[in-house]
Design a protein. Structure first.
Lengths: 319, 315
């Protein structure tokens, strides 16, 4: 039955006017004959909705607090540094206080872990708990397109933390006159900020979503993500630094291996360029080859994606 | 009817559609054709209703057989199909913090409508289901009946050609159930949206549906226009109920009727009569009751019900 036929049928069934009796003649609902946006439109809608959900937009105030706290924690150091550079003579503080772009990631690491641990699990868990998942799968979305949309939403919101403060620094340093030397250098720094931010967001997103897919309880997911981020850090540091085992064990340290990739992108991944005392985690990670660091990050993304895919196949099959 | 005309009027069809979960057979070689209008998918819990709806949406590939919905194959053209189909699941779980209008708008967008159109139609759909004044309330503050209406609104907001409703009256009281069924009938009749309504309540399906598909343990029990299946107009059986004593009058009436060649089946004080036209049965029953000095509490044409279909399939 096409739309024209349906419109004609609807008119045919419209209530007749009875003189003297009040009637509702237009219920406003009507056929839609316009274009439909297909799978791409569906995915964009889910990404947009999920970003808003993650940031607490359109939700009660208590849902806004944690994500925006993470954003503030990530941005405050940058604002402080720029403020210092404005108030105090830039030449007096530049060497000692102002961080280079890759160094600023140390400042946002807490915000990143906080955001991944507290906020990200909700993005998958909520849909399974509140009935949205079966509704989504009854639309043009398939399981893969749903998961890709969710991952994109998480990566985009994480990029607010991994890229946003660095862009702020770049613009502020440039205005202060301590930025990159010329347009080409400026574009190179910009590209490094974007690629490094995307790389960290991608690796951490895959791991966080993998943990979140394993449980329907948000609290369990939060604990799982925090354990993954902090636990792997403590264990690998102990194994490599104290037990002096192979530094390639840092491949299992989600936070450090993602940071190591960021360092390579900024061209500071070698032991001499990283600084730190001899035998420190920073130095030992610097011993790893760039190829190994890239492969380890890809392995985290691949393993995380595989866990999510496996888990959702089971969920859908059991519905 | 030629093939072209037949294809135009068939909303969906299945051919030997089979779904197994391990050794359990959820759908057993179903051959079904549904036509535009309201079709009731009826059966007890576990009969395979939800499994069939999932198969029609292409959410789960069948173990064997095939289906065609709105001329599309759910397996290979699932995304295109689901853009034309609205669906309301049985589960009464919705995102509590979302406003009704945001929920309906979002799903309309996911089903392919542009943002501005989705916003307008979300509001219109909520007015259509009687929640226009409540559209900005959060779902968590709504009653079960209102939430069922919101689920119906999201199913129709994208202007689907077909709406699949899985137990839409679940959790509703009798008044709300009547209102919901009336609403479903109006949406189908006034807006030419075909509806497949799953329910385990036969009375509910009889009230609103034009056609039924009855399932029992994954098997097709009955399938066709409801008037034909329930035997409306056949009129071959009369029911005499609770003939008030004196003692022996029920036997006397039964004997008298049998003497005239009428088939009589007695259950307590109820006589079920058959074997003649309805008018003749009625006349002879009245005569026999008058001759025996009995009184009639109820005399009515007996129709075959959906319950009879299930009983017949069980025996």
């Amino acid at each position: 039955m096409n739309d024209a036929t349906r419109s004609a049928d609807a008119r045919e069934h419209a209530p007749e006017v009875d003189d003297g009796a009040a009637q509702i003649l237009d219920q406003r609902y009507r056929p839609y004959g316009g274009a439909r946006q297909g799978l791409a439109g569906a995915m964009c809608a889910v990404v947009g909705s999920s970003v808003r959900f993650t940031l607490g937009l359109g939700r009660p105030a208590r849902h806004k607090f944690l994500p925006w706290l993470a954003v503030v924690v990530a941005l405050v150091p940058a604002i402080v540094f720029v403020g210092m550079a404005t108030v105090i003579d830039i030449d007096l503080i530049s060497d000692q206080f102002l961080p280079d772009y890759h160094e600023y990631y140390l400042s946002i690491r807490i915000a990143l872990f906080f955001f991944c641990g507290i906020v990200v699990p909700e993005i998958l868990v909520a849909d399974r708990r509140n009935g949205m998942l079966p509704l989504y799968l009854s639309t043009p979305l398939r399981m893969w397109s749903y998961l890709v949309s969710k991952a994109a939403a998480v990566a985009l919101t994480l990029a607010v933390i991994t890229v946003g403060p660095l862009l702020f620094l770049l613009v502020a340093y440039t205005i202060e006159g301590s930025g990159p030397g010329g347009p080409i250098d400026w574009l190179i720094v910009l590209a490094r900020i974007l690629v490094a931010g995307a790389a960290i967001a991608g690796t951490v997103t895959a791991a966080s979503l993998a943990i979140s897919s394993l449980t329907d309880r948000r609290a369990f997911a939060v604990v799982g993500v925090i354990l993954l981020l902090l636990g792997t850090d403590l264990v690998t540091d102990a194994l490599v630094e104290i037990a002096e085992l192979d530094p390639r064990l840092y491949a299992f340290n989600l936070g450090d291996i993602a940071a190591a990739l960021k360092d390579r992108i900024f061209g500071v991944g070698t032991p001499s360029s990283l600084g730190g005392r001899d035998g420190s985690p920073t130095q030992r990670i610097g011993e790893l080859s760039t190829l190994f660091v890239v492969a380890a990050n890809l392995a985290w993304v691949g393993a995380g994606s595989a866990v999510v895919w496996w888990r959702y196949r089971r969920i859908v099959a059991s519905r | 009817m030629n093939d072209v005309a037949d294809a135009e009027t068939v909303l969906l069809s299945t051919a030997a559609l089979t779904q197994r979960f391990g050794s359990a057979v959820a759908l057993d070689a179903l051959d079904i054709q549904m036509r535009p209008g309201v079709t009731g998918l009826v059966g007890a819990n576990g009969a395979g209703k939800t499994t069939l709806l999932n198969a029609l949406l292409g959410l789960r590939p069948p173990t064997a057989g095939s289906a065609t919905v709105l001329g599309l194959d759910p397996r290979s053209q699932g995304a295109a199909l689901r853009a034309k189909v609205g669906f309301a699941p049985e589960r009464d779980v919705l995102p509590d913090e979302m406003r009704a209008v945001d929920f309906v708008r979002h799903l309309a967008q996911v089903r392919g409508l542009p943002r501005s159109e989705a916003r307008t139609r979300a509001s219109d759909s909520l007015w259509l289901v009687g929640l226009g004044e409540e559209r900005t309330r959060t779902l968590g503050t709504m009653s079960t009946g209102q939430r069922q209406r919101v689920k119906l609104a999201q199913a129709v907001a994208s202007d689907p050609q077909l709406v699949l409703l899985d137990e839409p009256t679940s959790g509703l009281d009798p008044t709300q159930r009547t209102e919901m069924l009336t609403l479903i009938g109006e949406i189908s009749n006034e807006h030419s949206v075909s509806v497949v309504l799953s329910s385990h309540l036969l009375e509910e399906v009889e009230r609103v549906c034009d056609h039924i598909v009855a399932l029992d343990a994954g098997r097709l029990v009955a399938h066709g226009p409801i008037d034909e299946l329930t035997g409306a107009g056949e009129g071959i059986t009369l029911e005499l109920v609770d003939i008030v004593e004196p003692a022996g009058t029920v036997d006397a009436v039964a004997s008298a009727l049998r003497g005239t060649g009428i088939e009589v089946e007695r259950t307590g004080t109820t006589l079920r009569l058959g074997g003649a036209e309805r008018d003749e049965l009625s006349d002879r029953a009245r005569d026999a009751v008058a001759d025996a000095g009995a009184r009639i509490r109820r005399l009515e044409a007996r129709q075959r019900t959906l319950a009879d279909l299930f009983e017949a399939s069980a025996t």
